[in-house]
Design a protein around this ligand. Structure first.
Ligand code: GTP
Ligand code: MG
Length: 278
């Protein structure tokens, strides 16, 4: 089961609530043509066969004017502390300007993927949409940019797919290397028995754009023979079982290079344990 927590950010009235409703396929948040409709954080959930996307609809980003708007802005700020990704919503029907750039300066500094939804593209001419997309693209280093209409549903499915496919690295307290190591170790445990599983550890040496290099560590030569298997059959099987999980974690295809190494008494070696994050 994959899951992620995504918060909708954007100026008041750009269509954040309408968009969260559309992504969840039901009404979770009220909508109106008046700015500052949303006053509290509301969670919407998009469920699929193997994923759960939790979407937080938030009040619009604004300069606080009174105690209410101050509290609303605090809600926005605190939601940002926990998100895996931000859905940055813009209105294509309005000029993308200083207000959007101010929000951009905040969301792009969070260190999580930012997916821009250029909303309200219904009834706009293609040329106008294209120029608004160009302006939107200059707001920051975005992960993806989708023109959508929350009202007509145009582009919503592609946007939902994008959010679901976001890399999951921020969803765990383990580093990416350790998460990958655990996925490989899980497959190695499933293919070995007796004392061998206890002697196995996995060290991820390198995570590159399209390749992951890792070693399965064992303590003795005979354990190595077992984990390698006849003609390499066991280690190959570990790799082919682990690869889909790693690809799901990273969100793209990878080449997995897996070696089996003997590291005598690694369970007693402080340096190795340190590297394994134990
Ligand atoms: N034409 C058009 N109108 C839209 C679209 N999405 C939202 N709206 C309209 O824009 C207005 C504001 O929508 P909301 O979803 O309440 O906007 P919001 O960003 O949540 O606003 P606040 O909660 O006030 O920050 C409503 O009148 C919506 O019907 C869209 O894709 N196309
Ligand atoms: Mg709203």
């Amino acid at each position: 089961m994959r899951s992620g927590f995504v918060a909708a950010a954007g100026r008041p009235n750009v269509g954040k609530s309408t968009l969260v409703n559309a992504l969840c396929g039901g009404k979770v948040a009220i909508v109106s043509d008046k700015p500052q409709t949303t006053r509290r954080r509301i969670f919407g959930i998009a469920n699929g066969d193997d994923y759960q996307l939790v979407l937080a609809d938030l009040p619009g980003f604004q300069r606080p004017l009174d105690a209410l708007t101050e509290r609303m802005q605090r809600t926005v700020d605190s939601a940002f502390e926990e998100v895996d990704a931000v859905l940055f919503v813009l209105s294509a029907r309005e000029r993308i300007g200083a207000g959007d750039r101010f929000i951009a300066s905040r969301v792009f500094a969070l260190g999580v993927p930012v997916v821009i939804a250029l909303n309200k593209v219904d009834r706009l001419k293609p040329g106008h949409i294209a120029s608004q997309m160009n302006t939107a693209a200059r707001l920051g280093d975005f992960h993806a940019l989708h023109p959508v209409s929350a009202k007509t549903g145009d582009g919503i499915e592609a946007l939902r797919d994008e959010l679901i496919a976001l890399p999951a690295e921020q969803r765990s307290d383990l580093s990416l290397e350790l998460q990958i190591a655990e996925l490989i170790r899980e497959k190695a445990l499933g293919l070995t028995r007796d004392e061998v599983p206890h002697a196995i550890s996995v060290e991820v040496e390198d995570v590159e754009e399209n390749a992951v290099r890792a070693s399965v560590l064992v303590e003795t030569e005979s354990q190595k023979q077992i984990v390698v298997g006849k003609g390499g059959s066991v280690v190959k099987e570990i790799g082919s079982r682990a690869r889909p999980d790693i690809e799901a974690l990273l969100g793209h295809r990878v080449f997995l290079e897996l070696k089996v190494k003997v590291r005598p008494r690694w369970r007693r070696d402080a340096a190795t344990l340190e590297r394994l994050g134990l």
